[in-house]
Every structure is written in structure tokens, then in C-alpha cells.
Design a protein around this ligand. Structure first.
Ligand SMILES: NC(=O)C1=CN([C@@H]2O[C@H](COP(=O)(O)OP(=O)(O)OC[C@H]3O[C@@H](n4cnc5c(N)ncnc54)[C@H](OP(=O)(O)O)[C@@H]3O)[C@@H](O)[C@H]2O)[C@@H](O)CC1
Ligand SMILES: Nc1ncnc2c1ncn2[C@@H]1O[C@H](COP(=O)(O)OP(=O)(O)O)[C@@H](O)[C@H]1O
Ligand SMILES: [K+]
Length: 479
């Protein structure tokens, strides 16, 4: 599990640690690690042109000391001093090893730019001249390495309020920051490198976490000798309609591929015909009216993809949500719930899987604001609605009250195509039926779905059925 922390959490931990170690030693460890990453990225340190963007705080100090180390190895290091003050000892070290102070044109000729404008001490959008320097760094041909966080990205949330440095690599000190994992910030961070400064014992419970492949492999249920199809988990799927048949096929496919012992599908004649043709494994109930009485027992439900929002759909939704088993609520069922919040008031666990537009209707916040501050709104929805929230999009996050938000690090923008959410719903529903909690089912499903998306796309456009087909390989790849 990768864990991440807010700026305040890291600052408090640093304060505790600093009280026990010689002054300045943490910065030396940080700068040594930073210089080592920079050296690895350069074909040759000797003769390389390195430009340092230096702000007024300790983030700039890290950059200056790292620059001094690179200068000592023969790099031509130039520092662009952006702040009203500069870390004096760091600057002295740089000058002593042959570095020099330069103006911003140093960025244009650099092989490597080190962004030490601001780190966890930043507040609000970057001010001038920092913002202009961040933009200029983005226009340069150089590799860009951010110190601790890309300047302009909020370390605690990933929000980007104005200009920000777009880094190829971010070298983060002491602990990963939440803002490096969540878009839009994650998109500015590039590859993450971690420098251990001994903060571990001083850190509180994590703010956010990201599952690794090994974590998901441990959490995914595997059949044992005594397993039978019922004990492996039966998932009921109420999805699709006369107008939207594909959603049913995709959700059933996701659930079957994610290892449900049995998938029971209930729908009207058109989606039933499609599901029957695509998935002979599915156990099907064709509905004449809005009554799920004949479907049989299930351990979890998936409700909503392509279901429609009329009276028939509302009746089915009410029956599913009145059940005493976990329910995954997606798509049209979320629209129904937005108009009738009481539908979500249940005693059994509920996992909702909105994209920003659907969450917007549920909590009355514009979609663009949700996209800009995904963590805040996923947390808020979980608290307000008393459910587990899987917020889809560029960074999928899973929020549940009193638990660190799980941030998904797999996936690809190629997944932004119709129907992929239906597959995700099927996968997560199958995991719920197999006994995983909403929190684990949601985060494992997002992980596997993201890997399947990457395998299916592999640099070219995918179609949603490719994602379903790639699920077995995605699960195999977990190790
Ligand atoms: N503590 C430790 O042991 C270790 C710390 N480490 C390192 O220190 C970093 C934290 O250093 P920090 O606390 O000095 O803050 P930092 O991020 O450099 O910037 C703060 C200054 O920036 C300015 N400023 C703020 N907002 C701004 C804005 N929007 N736009 C423009 N300017 C803005 C403001 O300056 P002012 O405006 O007052 O001139 C403020 O004073 C941390 O990220 C890590 O890299 C590592 O070495 C490990 C050991
Ligand atoms: N920019 C993006 N980057 C990565 N994944 C994305 C992006 N946009 C959408 N996705 C993923 O694609 C899927 C789309 O689901 P959804 O919005 O429900 O679409 P649909 O209703 O057509 O199935 C989700 O898993 C979502 O996380
Ligand atoms: K920085």
C-alpha cells in the first residue's frame, strides 16, 4: 500500500523529527537524494546544464544544495532566484562549488530544470514571478524535476489553482503527498521518486492510500477446495432497457470475468436477448413487469447501467435498494436517487459509482468543481449520503467515512469511452458478492479495471468489449 499525507501532516511530523536531529541534517539528506535522482536522469553530470528555480523557502534550499552537489561533479549549474529572500547557506554552498546566479533565460538552454519554487509551505495559486517561471519551465526542452511537489500543485489535495510546473519526475521528501496521487495534481507530477528522511515513525494515520498490485492480489477472493458456485458469490444485475441493451451485456461481462460464482441477470426482452447471446453463462430472468420476486437469492446487486429513469426503472430500483444485501448503485439509478434521496437510506452497505456529472446531481455541486477537487467532494458525498463513494474520472477515488480515501493509480484516458463504467460496475458488483466490503470491492475493481483498460488500449483506442476481454490478463498480472 502506498500511503500519502497532507502538507500539515508532513509538517507536524517533520517538526517532531527535527527536534531530535542536528539542525539542517534533514535538508542534507533530502538534497542528497534529489541530486542522486537528477544525476541518474542525465546522460552525464559532467558538462550538463542545470537550471535551478529557487523560491524563498526550504524547497529552494533543497534545490540549492542539490545543485551544489551536481556542480561539484562538473555540471554547469545556474540558479534563478525568484523569492524576496533565498536560503543563504544553500546559496553559499552552490557558489562555493562553482554554481552561479542567472536570469530566467537559463531555463531555455538547460538540460535539466530543478523546480524548487515552493513545496509544502505554499498557499494558494502561484504568485508572480513564480507563475511566469513555472510557465517558462513548461516551454523549455529540458527535463523537469520537481522538488517535493510540482510548484503550483496543492500538496494536500492535488488542486491546481493557477500556473503550475509540469514535471517529468517529482522527488518527494519524507512521505508521499496526497496531491501527487490525485488529478489534476497527479498529472503535473510525472514519475514519483521518494527520499526517505526518517519521517516514518512520526507520521499519523495516512490521509490517502493507493493499492498496489500485490495488495489487490491479496484482497481478491480465490476459490478453495470447498467452494461451490453459491459460496463463491451470486451477483444480481438489474441493468439495461429496451433502449439501452449494451449496458446489460457489459455489466454482466464485467461480473463474470471478475469471478462471480453466478451472475443472475434480470431485464426486459431486448436486453435479455442480447445478454443471452453474449453470455450463455448468465442465469436470466425475463421481466414482464417491474417485479424481481422471481430472480432468486443473490449476495449483492448491481443496479442502474442503462436502466432508464421511468416508472418501471424506479420500481426495480426501489426493490433492489430495499434488500438486505450490498448494492452497487450506478448510472440511471443514481439519477433516480438524486431525485429521491430516501432510496439510498438503507441498512445494508451501499456503494455508489458516479462520475462527476452524476455526483453533481446528487450533492448539488457543479461538475467542474467536483473535477477540480475530487477528494473533497467524494469525502463530502460519503459523509452526507452515508454510503461508500467511488468517484470515477481521470483519477478514480473511493471514499468512506473515517477511512483514508483510496486513490486508484491504474487506468488510462483511453477508458473515457462509452460503456467502460458499466464494466466497472459489473466487476465491483462481483467482488461485493464474493464478500469484499464496499471499500475494498470499489478500490480493487478500479485497480483491475484500470489495468484491463491499459492492456486493452496499449497506446491505441480501445472499445469497451476489449476491456472485458482483458480482465483475466489484468488479474493474472497482479502477481
Ligand atoms: N522542514 C524540513 O525539515 C524539511 C523540509 N524540506 C523541504 O522544505 C519544503 C518546505 O519548506 P518551507 O516550509 O520553507 O516552505 P516552501 O514550500 O519552500 O515555500 C514557502 C515560501 O514560499 C512562498 N510562497 C508561499 N506560497 C506562495 C505562492 N502561492 N506563490 C509564491 N510564493 C509563495 C512564501 O514566501 P514569501 O512569499 O513569504 O516570500 C513562503 O514562505 C518542503 O517542501 C521540502 O522541499 C526538505 O528539505 C526536508 C526537510
Ligand atoms: N480521463 C480519464 N482518464 C482515465 N479514466 C477515465 C477518464 N475518463 C473516464 N475514465 C474512466 O472511464 C470509465 C467511464 O465510466 P462512465 O463515466 O460511467 O461511462 P459509461 O457510463 O459510458 O460507462 C470510468 O471507469 C472512468 O474512471
Ligand atoms: K517544488
Amino acid at each position: 500500500m502506498l500511503t500519502a499525507y497532507t502538507a500539515d501532516q508532513v509538517r507536524d511530523a517533520e517538526r517532531e523529527l527535527m527536534a531530535r536531529v542536528p539542525e539542517g541534517s534533514l535538508m542534507q539528506i533530502a538534497a542528497t537524494g534529489l541530486a542522486a535522482v537528477c544525476a541518474r536522469l542525465l546522460p552525464s553530470v559532467y558538462g550538463a546544464r542545470v537550471a535551478l528555480l529557487v523560491g524563498s523557502g526550504d524547497n529552494g534550499g533543497d534545490a540549492l544544495y542539490a545543485g551544489a552537489r551536481l556542480a561539484a561533479r562538473g555540471a554547469r549549474v545556474e540558479a534563478v532566484l525568484a523569492g524576496s529572500r533565498t536560503h543563504e547557506a544553500g546559496l553559499a554552498a552552490l557558489l562555493e562549488h562553482g554554481g552561479r546566479i542567472a536570469d530566467e533565460s537559463a531555463l531555455d538552454a538547460a538540460d535539466l530544470i530543478v523546480d524548487g519554487l515552493v513545496g509544502i509551505g505554499a498557499t494558494g495559486a502561484l504568485r508572480e514571478p513564480y507563475a511566469a517561471l513555472a510557465r517558462r519551465a513548461g516551454e523549455a526542452d529540458a527535463l523537469v524535476v520537481a522538488v517535493d511537489v510540482p510548484s503550483g500543485v496543492d500538496a494536500g489535495t492535488g488542486e491546481v489553482a493557477g500556473a503550475a510546473v509540469r514535471a517529468h519526475v517529482t522527488v518527494t521528501m519524507g512521505a508521499c503527498k496526497t496531491g501527487l496521487l490525485v488529478d489534476p495534481g497527479a498529472g503535473f507530477a510525472g514519475a514519483l521518486e521518494f527520499v526517505d528522511i526518517g519521517l516514518g515513525p512520526h507520521l499519523p494515520d495516512a490521509d490517502t492510500g493507493a493499492l498496489t498490485g500485490a495488495d489487490v492480489a491479496d484482497l481478491l477472493p480465490r476459490p478453495v477446495a470447498e467452494s461451490d458456485k453459491y459460496r463463491r458469490g451470486v451477483v444480481g444485475i438489474v441493468a439495461g432497457s429496451e433502449s439501452y441493451t449494451g449496458a446489460a451485456v457489459l455489466a454482466v461481462g464485467g461480473a463474470l470475468r471478475a469471478g462471480a460464482g453466478m451472475v443472475r441477470y434480470a431485464g426486459t426482452s431486448a436486453p435479455v436477448a442480447q445478454v443471452r447471446a453474449a453470455w450463455p453463462e448468465a442465469v436470466i430472468t425475463e421481466l414482464d413487469g417491474p417485479d424481481l420476486g422471481g430472480v432468486g437469492r443473490v449476495q449483492a446487486w448491481v443496479l442502474g447501467p442503462g436502466l432508464g429513469t421511468g416508472g418501471f426503472a424506479r420500481e426495480l430500483a426501489a426493490q433492489v435498494l430495499a434488500s438486505d444485501v450490498p448494492v452497487l448503485v450506478d448510472a440511471d439509478a443514481l439519477t433516480l436517487a438524486a431525485g429521491e434521496r430516501a432510496l439510498l437510506r438503507r441498512t445494508a452497505p451501499t456503494l455508489i459509482t458516479p462520475h462527476a456529472g452524476e455526483l453533481s446531481r446528487l450533492i448539488g455541486v457543479p461538475g467542474a468543481r467536483i473535477e477540480a477537487a475530487r477528494l473533497e467532494h467524494a469525502r463530502r458525498a460519503a459523509a452526507e449520503l452515508g454510503v461508500t463513494v467511488l468517484l470515477k474520472g481521470s483519477t478514480t477515488v473511493v471514499a468512506e467515512e473515517d477511512r483514508p480515501v483510496r486513490v486508484n493509480r491504474t487506468g488510462t484516458p483511453w477508458l473515457a469511452t462509452a460503456g467502460t463504467g458499466d464494466v466497472l460496475a459489473g466487476v465491483a458488483g462481483a467482488l461485493l458478492a464474493q464478500g469484499l466490503s464496499c471499500y475494498d470491492a470499489g478500490s480493487c475493481a478500479a485497480y483491475v479495471h484500470g489495468v484491463a483498460g491499459r492492456l486493452a488500449a496499449d497506446g491505441v483506442p480501445l472499445v469497451t468489449t476489449d476491456v472485458v476481454a482483458a480482465i483475466p490478463e489484468a488479474i493474472r498480472s497482479l502477481g
